[in-house]
Ligand binder design. Structure first.
Ligand code: ARG
Length: 466
C-alpha cells in the first residue's frame, strides 16, 4: 500500500488505510459542534498559556499559537473558515488549521490534552454562558409579570381548581404566581451553573497526564471556580448537561402552563384576555379567525425540550466509564433545548406586553359559581361551628341555591337561617367577592395588602423603583 492511501487523520498513525467515506459521514459532528468554536479556542488559549508557563512550549511557540488561534477565530466569525467533515469535529478542524498555518508549534498544542477533556471543557464553557443568558431572558419575563401585576392591581378574577371556579382572587395574585415560578427557575439555573463551573481540562483521556501541567492555572484563566477531582469521572460525566437541560425543561413547562391559560382565556368561552392583533395569526379558510398561535407554539415546544432531556438521560443510562463516543450525541439535544427555551422566553416577554385583560368580564365571572362558599363555612367556624359541620351546612345551602337558580348573596337571611341558626345579618359581608378577597390576609394570600407586599418585593428584585 502506498503512503498516499494511508490515513491522513490527525490520529491516523496506526491506520493502514483511509477511512471509509460512509464512516466519515456517519461519525462527523462538525455540522453542529462548530457552534462551540469560541469556547474551543478560548480553552486552547488557556491550555497553551499553561503549557508555556510549565516549560512545555517556548515563548515563540506560544505566541505563534495564540496569534494563529486569533486569526482562525476571526475567520470563523467572518464566515470565511472552511469546516471539513473529514476532520470530524470542531477540535480537529481548528487544530489542523492551526498546524497548517504555523507549522510545528501547532502540533504541540495537544500535549497533555485529549478530545475527551476538551469537549467536556467546551461544553461547560458554552453552558456557563447559556445559564447567564437564560437568566437574563427569565428576568425579561419576570419584569413583564411585575408590570402586568402593577397595571391590574385591585382587579378581581375567579381562581380555579380542577378548572372549576373556586375562590375569587386578585388578577395580580395570579400573575405573581408566575413570577414565583420563573424566579425558582432562575435560582435553579444559577445553582446548576455552580456545578458546571468546575474545570475538566487536565483529565486528559481518562487517567490524567504525566506531563507537568497546572490544572489550577487553566481553571483560573478560564474563570472556573475549581478543578474536577477524578479524571475518570470527568471524561465520562454529563450530569451537568442533564441538569442544565432539566432546568430548561422546567422553564419550558412553566411557559407551557402560561401558554395554556392564555389560549383558554383568549377564547370566547372565557374572553378574559385580548391578545394584540400583531401577536396573533389568522386562518387561511375562516375569515373571522384570530388565533393565539404564539402561545400554542410555546406550549407545543415543551415537547421538544422534555424530549431533549429524555434523550440525554437515555444516552447516559448504561454507559460504562469513561468516555464513549455515544457522548457525542449529547450536543444536539443540548443545543435544541437552548435554542427552544431562549426563543420561547424572548417571545413570551414580548407577548406579555401585548396582553389586555378584560377586567369587567373577569370580575363578572366571580359573581357566579358560589365562589364565597368557603367564606361562609369560615364564618360559621368563627361562630364556633366545627368546620366539617359548617362544610355540610354550606353544601346544603349551595344545593338549595342550585335548585332555585340563585347565588348565595341573593338568599334572604331567614332562608339561610333554616340551615343554621348561627347565621346572622353580618353574613352578607362575607358573601361578597371583595370581602372574600380582602379577608385572605394569611402570608402568601390574595388580599390586596398581601399582594401589594408581594408585588413590592418582586419589583425590588427587578430593580424597579417605586
Ligand atoms: N466529537 C467528540 C464528542 O463530541 C469529541 C471527543 C471525541 N473523542 C474521541 N476520543 N473520539 O464527544
Amino acid at each position: 500500500m502506498s503512503s498516499e492511501q494511508k490515513s491522513s487523520k490527525l490520529w491516523g498513525g496506526r491506520f493502514g488505510e483511509a477511512t471509509a467515506a460512509s464512516v466519515e459521514a456517519f461519525s462527523a459532528s462538525i455540522d453542529y459542534d462548530s457552534r462551540l468554536y469560541r469556547y474551543d479556542i478560548a480553552g486552547s488559549r488557556a491550555h497553551a498559556t499553561m503549557l508555556a508557563a510549565n516549560g512545555l512550549l517556548s515563548r515563540d511557540e506560544l505566541k505563534a499559537i495564540i496569534d494563529g488561534l486569533t486569526q482562525i477565530e476571526q475567520e470563523i466569525d467572518r464566515g470565511q473558515f472552511e469546516f471539513r467533515q473529514d476532520l470530524e469535529d470542531i477540535h480537529m478542524n481548528i487544530e489542523k488549521a492551526l498546524a497548517d498555518r504555523i507549522g510545528p508549534a501547532g502540533a504541540k498544542l495537544h500535549s497533555a490534552r485529549s478530545r475527551n477533556d476538551q469537549i467536556a471543557l467546551d461544553l461547560k464553557l458554552y453552558l456557563r454562558d447559556q445559564c447567564d443568558s437564560l437568566v437574563q431572558l427569565l428576568d425579561g419575563v419576570r419584569r413583564g409579570f411585575t408590570q402586568l401585576a402593577r397595571a391590574y392591581l385591585g382587579d378581581l378574577m375567579p381562581g380555579y381548581t380542577h378548572m372549576q371556579r373556586a375562590q375569587p382572587v386578585l388578577i395580580s395574585h395570579h400573575l405573581l404566581a408566575y413570577f414565583e415560578m420563573f424566579s425558582r427557575d432562575r435560582e435553579r439555573l444559577l445553582d446548576c451553573r455552580k456545578r458546571i463551573n468546575i474545570c475538566p481540562l487536565g483529565a486528559a483521556a481518562l487517567a490524567g497526564t504525566g506531563l507537568p501541567i497546572d490544572r489550577e492555572q487553566v481553571a483560573e484563566l478560564l474563570g472556573f471556580d475549581g478543578v474536577t477531582a477524578n479524571s475518570m469521572d470527568t471524561s465520562g460525566d454529563r450530569d451537568f448537561a442533564i441538569e442544565f437541560v432539566s432546568c430548561c425543561a422546567q422553564v419550558q413547562l412553566h411557559l407551557s402552563r402560561l401558554a395554556e391559560e392564555l389560549v383558554l382565556w383568549a377564547g370566547s368561552e372565557f374572553g378574559f384576555v385580548t391578545i394584540a392583533d400583531r401577536f396573533c395569526t389568522g386562518s387561511s379558510i375562516m375569515p373571522q379567525k384570530k388565533n393565539p398561535d404564539i402561545a400554542e407554539l410555546v406550549r407545543g415546544k415543551s415537547g421538544r425540550v422534555v424530549g431533549s432531556l429524555v434523550t440525554l438521560m437515555t444516552l447516559m443510562k448504561g454507559l460504562p466509564l469513561t468516555y464513549n463516543r455515544d457522548l457525542q450525541e449529547d450536543k444536539e439535544p443540548v443545543f435544541d433545548a437552548v435554542d427552544t427555551v431562549s426563543a420561547s422566553l424572548a417571545i413570551v416577554a414580548e407577548l406579555l406586553d401585548n396582553l389586555q385583560f378584560n377586567t369587567d368580564r373577569m370580575r363578572s365571572a366571580t359573581q357566579r359559581g358560589f365562589m364565597t362558599a368557603t367564606d361562609l363555612a369560615d364564618y360559621l367556624v368563627l361562630k364556633d361551628v366545627p368546620f366539617r359541620e359548617a362544610h355540610g351546612i354550606v353544601g346544603r345551602i349551595v344545593g338549595y341555591c342550585i335548585e332555585r337558580g340563585c347565588e348565595l348573596g341573593e338568599l334572604k337571611l331567614a332562608e339561610m337561617r333554616k340551615f343554621s341558626p348561627a347565621i346572622a345579618k353580618d353574613v352578607y359581608e362575607v358573601l361578597s367577592v371583595d370581602g372574600s378577597v380582602e379577608s385572605r390576609i394569611s402570608i402568601g394570600g390574595t388580599s390586596l395588602q398581601r399582594v401589594e407586599e408581594a408585588l413590592h418585593a418582586a419589583e425590588n428584585q427587578m430593580g424597579i423603583a417605586r
